[in-house]
Write a protein that binds this ligand. Structure first.
Ligand code: NAD
Length: 469
């Protein structure tokens, strides 16, 4: 084994943090060349360890579809690195800001400056992407980065720690342990910026802990992302695209369509098409390698509970089998399930589903749907299918959400130039591309006084100075 790939010494969390703070306060900000070098190292690290990372993630899930890991994690990160390498010189350059006439011929510049040390707390569902995508933005902005992965992906966390230690100085980028108590201690550290990706419930706790240090936060949270099928929609196309987006990573995606609203007369036909698409894409064999497992027995049981409660209260499932089927349960594969007849008071319509269960709700007038969405937490994502421009614009204008994809799902997330972030209960702040660079920088306004300016005319004794300018 390559000696450089041995596990790093376990530094106490406090020591790791203070070493980073000390380095960030004593060294000048990293040059463009140093940042590009770090990003290229990250690229090499990912390429050299792609298979191992994919296998570790799969072992943590029970089974994670390898293609999904490649698309949603590795390729996504490689694209983000490529985009950043190309545009970083432009992002780092001082920005010209207009100067008001009375200050001429002075100059204004906005100087992007590293904040210092950025902490990243990540969830388990896309463990590689959600630890490293914020790190790319933070490193590009010249920061040092400490990452805390989720305790639900222990094999991945150990491997990430190992490979990062092999490629980076520990005061530039490093990964903490995931033992009990680390998460809370991590959130309590006085970072210069903290990025938290996870549930809204824990997001509140982290925001409180950060608030005590006045640490600015980016909170990438969850919630229920509604999907609206307009009467003008092509039902076949909508059903296929929604089924795919819902079942990617077995529904364990923060921006997965959580529930669908369809016009009442089309409910049964649409639910049937959804179900048929699900079967066609992922089959009826739980050992199918394209279908990802649920992360833990506890999460599987939670989904079973949501389904059981909905059925007991009158909802009807469309599914190849029940989640209690031992062939599925032993692999923690949850049978894709469309649910009709769910009502807003059921638990499945109150909490984020985060699994392959899809309630199909009905409406008579588009206005009902807008009112329903606005009566609930601001969603992280919203999806709209249809061909009626006026109906689409009404939904866009009257609902507030983290992001929107029209006539498909998830794809707004993959746009490198667009900000990623929630609103209200689904999050605070943005990242990805230049948005991440800006979030993790202090954009410092600097005024360069001109020797020729008449400012001196304003000094006391004031006399009639106001009249003189
Ligand atoms: P979670 O909130 O349970 O955990 C997220 C992270 O927070 C983990 O690393 C965990 O160790 C840490 N944590 C737990 N308690 C903590 C505490 N008291 N103080 C500090 N840190 C603490 O979330 P999860 O189950 O890992 O992930 C699923 C959730 O994440 C879903 O709600 C999903 O929608 C959301 N999510 C959001 C995005 C996004 O980009 N907005 C992306 C992925 C997942």
């Amino acid at each position: 084994m390559d000696q450089s790939l041995k596990s790093p010494p376990v530094l106490a969390l406090d020591d790791a943090f203070h070493a980073m703070i000390e380095a960030s306060r004593s060294a000048p900000p990293p040059s463009l060349a140093a940042r590009l070098d770090s990003l290229r190292r990250l690229r090499t690290m990912l390429a050299d360890n792609e298979k191992r990372l994919e296998q570790a993630i799969s072992a943590d899930f029970g089974h994670r579809c390898a293609v999904e890991t490649t698309i949603a994690e590795t390729l996504f990160l490689q694209a983000e690195i490529k985009h950043t390498l190309k545009l970083l010189p432009r992002w780092m350059a001082p920005r010209r800001i207009a100067t008001a006439l009375q200050f001429w011929p002075a100059r204004n510049r906005l100087l992007p400056q590293p904040l210092g040390v950025v902490g990243i707390i990540a969830p388990w569902n896309y463990p590689l992407q959600l630890t490293l995508a914020p790190a790319i933005g933070a490193i590009a902005a010249g920061n040092r980065v400490l990452i805390k992965p989720s305790e639900l992906t222990p094999r991945f966390a150990a491997l990430l720690r190992e490979v990062i230690a092999a490629h980076f100085d520990p005061t530039v980028l490093s990964v903490t342990g995931i033992e009990d108590g680390v998460a809370q201690a991590f959130a309590a550290l006085p970072f210069d910026h903290l990025v938290f990706t996870g549930s809204t419930r824990v997001g509140r706790i982290v925001a409180e802990a950060a608030g005590r240090n006045l640490t600015p936060v980016t909170l990438e949270l969850g919630g229920k992302s509604p999907t609206i099928v307009d009467v003008s929609a092509d039902l076949d196309q909508a059903a296929e695209r929604i089924a795919y987006a819902k079942l990617l990573n077995a529904g364990q995606t923060c921006i997965a369509p959580d529930y669908v609203f369809v016009p009442e007369p089309q409910r049964d036909a649409f639910a049937d098409k959804l179900h048929r698409n699900m079967l066609q894409m992922f089959g009826t064999n739980p050992a199918n390698n394209d279908y990802t497992s649920i992360i833990s027995d506890r999460h599987y049981a939670r989904l079973e509970g949501l389904l059981r409660d909905a059925i007991a209260r009158g909802a009807k499932p469309l599914s190849a089998t029940s989640p209690e089927d031992p062939a599925w349960k032993k692999l923690r594969k949850f049978p894709p399930t469309v649910l009709i007849g769910a009502t807003p008071d059921m638990a499945i319509m109150q909490e984020e589903i985060f699994g392959p269960l899809l309630p199909v709700m009905t409406y008579r007038a588009a206005d009902e749907v807008i009112r329903y969405i606005n009566a609930h937490d601001r969603p992280l994502a919203l999806y709209w299918f249809g061909r009626d421009d006026a109906a689409r614009e009404a939904v866009l204008a009257r609902t507030v959400s983290g992001g929107v994809t029209i006539n498909d799902c998830l794809l707004h997330f993959a746009q490198m130039n667009q900000p990623m972030g929630g609103v209200g209960a689904s999050g605070i702040g943005h990242y990805h591309g230049e948005w991440g660079f800006n979030s993790f920088s202090k954009l410092k306004p600097v005024f360069y006084r001109s020797p020729f300016n008449r400012m001196k005319d304003l000094y006391p004794p004031y006399g009639t100075s106001i009249a003189r300018i």
